[in-house]
Design a binder for this molecule. Sequence first.
Ligand SMILES: Nc1ncnc2c1ncn2[C@@H]1O[C@H](COP(=O)(O)OP(=O)(O)O)[C@@H](O)[C@H]1O
Ligand SMILES: [Mg+2]
Length: 448
Amino acid sequence: VTRAAAAASRALAMPIRVLILGSGAREHALALAIADSPLLDALFALPGNPGIAEVATCLPGNALDADAVLAAAREHRIDLVVVGPEAPLVAGIADALRANGVRVFGPSKAAAELEGSKAFCKRFMKRFGIPTSGFEIFDDADRAAAHLRACGRPMVVKADGIAAGKGVVVADSVEEGVAAIDDMMRRRSFGEAGARVVIEERVAGTEISFHAVCDGERFVTLADAQDHKRIFEGDRGPNTGGMGAYSPTPFVDAAMTRKIVRRVIEPAVAGMREIGVPFTGALFAGLMLGAPEDDGLPSISVLEFNARFGDPETAVLLARFAGDVLALLDAAARGRLDALDASATAVRDDAALAVVVAAAGYPASPRVGDPIEGLAAARAVEGVTVLQAGTARRAGELVSAGGRVLCVTARGGDLPAAAARAYAAVDQLRLAGSQHRRDIGARAGLAR
Ligand SMILES: Nc1ncnc2c1ncn2[C@@H]1O[C@H](COP(=O)(O)OP(=O)(O)O)[C@@H](O)[C@H]1O
Ligand SMILES: [Mg+2]
């Protein structure tokens, strides 16, 4: 494309005024990518964070408050709202905006049930032949416990609703499973989210994340990635929101990508259309890859679908995305992914790796208010972007303000190169008591 042609197509395209909902590293990564787009007119975030504020106007408010979001969209003449987290989607923010003529990247409340209700998700997968482990659904604690005892082997107990990533117990014994049922269904540790539970078969294998951007009818796949959910190295300790990610993984080659698309993504997008709730937004499949099947490729078991981009996966996926992220999200929101050409959706043949720097006490009780130093030096490392999550400005100084504080993301020609850069940047940072894993990417063979 010549310069003149590019300029002409820019002039023809309507500049887009964008509002991003959310305040994490995922939203910071989206903001940076969108800020780079020639299609952008103005960028806002609600509530955003100090990192996002470097490229967007941050608006005060709560993304769960539909009236406040709608008012902000009106005031700032927003064309497109990009919804980061699941909670506003499950609460119906996309419906409220669409009803008022605002384009939205994110599924309707009904389509977000794919993430908002594990029972809905499992029934959906069963109906459309998407590979997932066997399951039963219970509204009654006694029946659930009786079922578990009758199974007599370790099972997985999942609260039906959104439980901040804490509603799943991979039980090693029947008793542990029964205790989880008591906790969720009788003590209501996760409120109404635990009124119903899914009890499913445990599956073994390698867990990966696979993302597709969907327009209700069509989809564009991003790369595969792997998250690191446990707080400590060697995948020990309690689960977190995610301590780091990398892409690509050694577990998904081109043939495996095609298999995931054929067995998981295609039937999910088609199935949602068929039941009258077309899915628009980021479809994020959590997959367990098992032993090779007759086709010579690993088996697939879908652990869950999420109805938004993963965090920290987004950091590494967008780092490798070669196209225009705003063009992609806007085309999806318009139901027009077919209008994009292949170059607009290409993924680079390189690698990215992200290391989360978490606060002292995370995940149980993160300490806040500690000064963050060394940011400029970390950002100066080649190929590195320091995404902000739980940060705040206090008298001009950047301080920690949440569990996951920073997400240090590096690009490289290959994973070792990306890892070297990411850790070189992490080593420049100082945050009292902070925690990070040195073994991000270890499952891909990266030595630390
Ligand atoms: N059927 C299963 N067999 C083995 N492990 C599972 C199974 N289902 C979930 N897990 C583990 O539990 C984690 C959380 O489950 P998931 O369904 O992704 O729920 P959520 O992300 O909402 O907490 C998964 O990342 C996976 O490690
Ligand atoms: Mg999950």
